[in-house]
Design a protein around this ligand. Structure first.
Ligand code: BG6
Ligand code: MG
Length: 220
């Protein structure tokens, strides 16, 4: 395999925004009288805003009409944006900047592939928007992970073949999306959860160019 590009999921890979998603969803759930726990929150990782809302409503056994659902999602996003508008570069996850710099110096292209419609705002807030050659996110794709659309879109924007891309992902739905795109996937998190990833590391601080090139050599 020849690696031409690395595509990074945003939430949980480049920045730790899962806690802000949780706080905002929890606030909505509390308001609706739904008991929503941090354990429930795991199911929301990597999936779209409306699917996340559906999961919470299912937990609370609620069936609001579409207009009310849109109202809830808009409210959650308003609270979420209040949190992310205060983010600083300190919230970039360890190892991320050094690894991306190594990739850029080695002429390996770098992109973001995220379900979040707030991707541009977050990248800008933490000061890394200009590091990426392409950004595919919830604003320019229709189908949510595990559909491969967001990663295929990133590869298309970069002008590289999907088979020459490596995806870094922390969510089960995201690992599946990478596999569905025909890309190699390195999981960020626990090997017990990300069972389908080719390799699982705890964070990008465990990755560097030398390790990536070793993986490249060993995969046919
Ligand atoms: C993903 C997160 O990256 O983006 C999900 O893991 C989130 O938790 C999804 O629901 C959509 O995000 P947003 O910012 O468009 O509501
Ligand atoms: Mg993620």
């Amino acid at each position: 395999m020849h690696i031409s590009a690395c595509i990074f999921d945003l939430d949980g890979v480049l920045v730790d925004t899962a806690k802000y998603h949780f706080l905002a969803w929890k606030r909505l759930a509390d308001q609706l009288g739904i008991n929503f726990t941090e354990e429930d929150n795991e199911q929301l990782k990597g999936v779209s805003r409306m699917t996340s809302l559906d999961i919470i409503l299912e937990i609370g056994n609620r069936k609001p009409d579409d207009n009310l659902k849109l109202e809830y999602a808009t409210l959650k996003n308003k609270w979420y944006k209040e949190y992310i508008s205060k983010m600083t570069p300190d919230e970039i996850l360890p190892g991320c900047l050094m690894f991306i710099e190594e990739l850029r110096n080695a002429n390996i292209r770098v992109a973001v592939g995220s379900a979040s419609k707030n991707t541009p705002m977050i990248l800008e807030r933490v000061g890394i928007l200009n590091l990426f050659d392409a950004v595919a996110d919830g604003n320019n794709v229709k189908k949510a992970k595990p559909d491969p659309e967001v990663f295929l879109k990133a590869a298309e924007m970069l002008g590289v073949n999907p088979g020459n891309c490596v995806v870094f992902e922390d969510a089960v739905a995201g690992v599946q999306a990478a596999i569905n795109a025909g890309m190699m996937c390195i999981g960020i998190g626990s090997p017990k959860i990300l069972t389908d990833a080719q390799l699982v590391i705890k964070g990008l601080n465990e990755m560097n160019l030398t390790k990536l090139l070793t993986i490249e050599k060993n995969i046919c």
